[in-house]
Design a protein around this ligand. Structure first.
Ligand code: NDP
Length: 419
């Protein structure tokens, strides 16, 4: 009997949980625990009578290690899937260590309070030493490696689409398509239209922090940082069409650069429409993207958190979003002495996701790999002691499960290159 404790019950969690319930052979029991228990209860009710997986629900504040420990001890899961926010990564890892259970997440740690002096000192040192200034990086979670290793536990980090599937695409390419990989361009295209003037497709606070930060990429053994949205390319995405895309910093670059030192350059591009960029610039210019608290009528508020309260809930975009996503990796390298380029990608249709699970494709493309990562850890296929990203395991079972569980992939042997 395998039991998973899922922490968080937002857009991504809803997909991950519904997919776990389609895969009852692996997930015989599931406990959904989150800050707002009524959301867990509503999802459990939606699944009633539709799955063999036994579901329970609970309330938990994942910022509190003692609360988490108490919850994990009561539920007694084999693993914890963290689909709350990156702010809770370290508290949940601490609790997993204390309780002796495996840990899985979809996004690497970043602090909620970027003004915290202790965190800031480490952050500023990292900017000086490494050369990228994103709030998130792997160092905090990689620092847990020894403790997980000594406890005989597995922590699988970043099993969403990007990061997650994109990193598996690279390890698959290395295993099956190349003797040597020279460059990787990770492309994230959302060709969907939700009809709102401005909305984000996953948690607005995390999303806007990410896309408004300076861009950076890895080249010849070092980071190169550039102003936000300053590098633009156009790409003709299969099944979506021509889109403008912009270079961003992204977490899988850091893991791939560490684990595949042969790769000379790794970049990440995301598509944005002009209206999105204009709204974002305006919000940034008036201070609404700030993470620093301000005094307002006797209350301390964080502007970006207030903005989140005003923007549409990403989980509500499902019924109104039409179009497709296309996410993948353009990989260049050498095989048998010959240069070659491939594009490995998945196309996902927003309305098809909505019909299946009531979610839009961004939650779907993240939630399915979260279930796959959890299934591989639970079943022992991806189990080794320590802290790992998805590029550090055999890619084949993961790639098979993508085909099986709703995210089929394609290898184009003659793709357009990215300039
Ligand atoms: P949502 O905001 O929709 O959901 C977050 C959930 O976490 C909510 O249910 C929220 O509770 C809960 N939560 C927040 N704080 C706490 C807390 N202290 N204790 C317990 N529960 C808490 O986010 P998304 O579903 O959009 O994103 C989930 C994760 O997925 C994020 O980490 C995001 O970065 C990651 N992600 C990864 C991607 C990838 O491809 N790798 C792509 C997209 C997202 P409440 O309902 O009370 O607010």
């Amino acid at each position: 009997m395998k039991k998973l404790l899922v922490i968080g019950c937002g857009g991504v969690a809803s997909v991950a949980i519904q997919k776990c319930c389609q895969n009852s052979e692996t997930f015989q029991e599931l406990c959904i625990a989150s800050r707002t228990k009524s959301k867990c209860d509503a999802l459990a009710k939606k699944l009633e009578g539709k799955t063999k997986t036994r579901i329970t629900t609970a309330q938990v504040d994942a910022d509190s290690v003692p609360e988490l420990v108490e919850r994990i001890r009561r539920v007694r899961p084999d693993a914890v899937l963290n689909v709350a926010l990156p702010y809770q990564d370290l508290t949940i890892m601490d609790a997993c260590l204390e309780c002796g259970v495996d840990y899985i997440d979809t996004a690497n740690y970043e602090p909620e309070d970027t003004g915290d002096p202790a965190w800031r000192a480490v952050y500023e040192k990292r900017i000086r030493e490494k050369g990228f200034s994103a709030y998130f990086d792997y160092s905090w979670q990689w620092a847990y490696h020894k403790r997980f290793e000594e406890a005989g536990l597995t922590a699988l980090l970043g099993t969403g689409f990007d990061p997650g599937v994109t990193s598996v695409f690279v390890s698959y390419a290395k295993k099956h398509c190349f003797d040597r990989i020279d460059t990787v361009d990770i492309l994230d295209c959302n060709g969907g239209d939700h009809g709102h003037p401005f909305a984000t497709n996953f948690n607005p606070e995390i999303n806007l922090r990410e896309v408004s930060a300076p861009g950076s990429y890895w080249e010849d053994g070092r980071w190169i940082e550039v102003p936000a949205m300053s590098i633009r390319r156009e790409y003709d995405f299969p099944k979506v069409g021509r889109k403008d895309m912009y270079l961003l910093h992204h977490e899988e670059i850091e893991a791939l650069a560490k684990h595949y030192p042969e790769i000379r350059r790794i970049r990440f591009f995301m598509t944005f429409g002009q209206s999105y960029l204009t709204h974002m610039k305006c919000l940034e210019n008036v201070g609404m993207l700030s993470t620093e608290p301000v005094e307002f009528q006797g209350h301390r508020i964080v502007p970006i958190q207030f903005l989140k309260a005003l923007l549409p809930d990403p989980a509500s975009l499902g019924p109104r979003t039409v179009g497709k996503t296309n996410i993948g990796c353009v990989i260049k390298g050498e095989k048998n002495g010959r240069q070659k380029t491939i594009y490995i990608y998945n196309v996902c249709d927003h309305q098809a996701c909505y019909r299946e699970l009531g979610s839009q494709a961004v939650s779907y493309t993240t939630g399915v790999p979260a279930m796959i990562g959890a299934a591989l850890v639970l079943s022992g296929v991806w189990k080794k002691p320590g802290v790992f990203t998805t590029d550090e395991f055999d890619p084949d079972p993961y790639m098979d499960m993508l085909n099986q569980w709703g995210l089929p992939w394609v290898v184009d042997e003659d793709p357009a290159a990215v300039e």
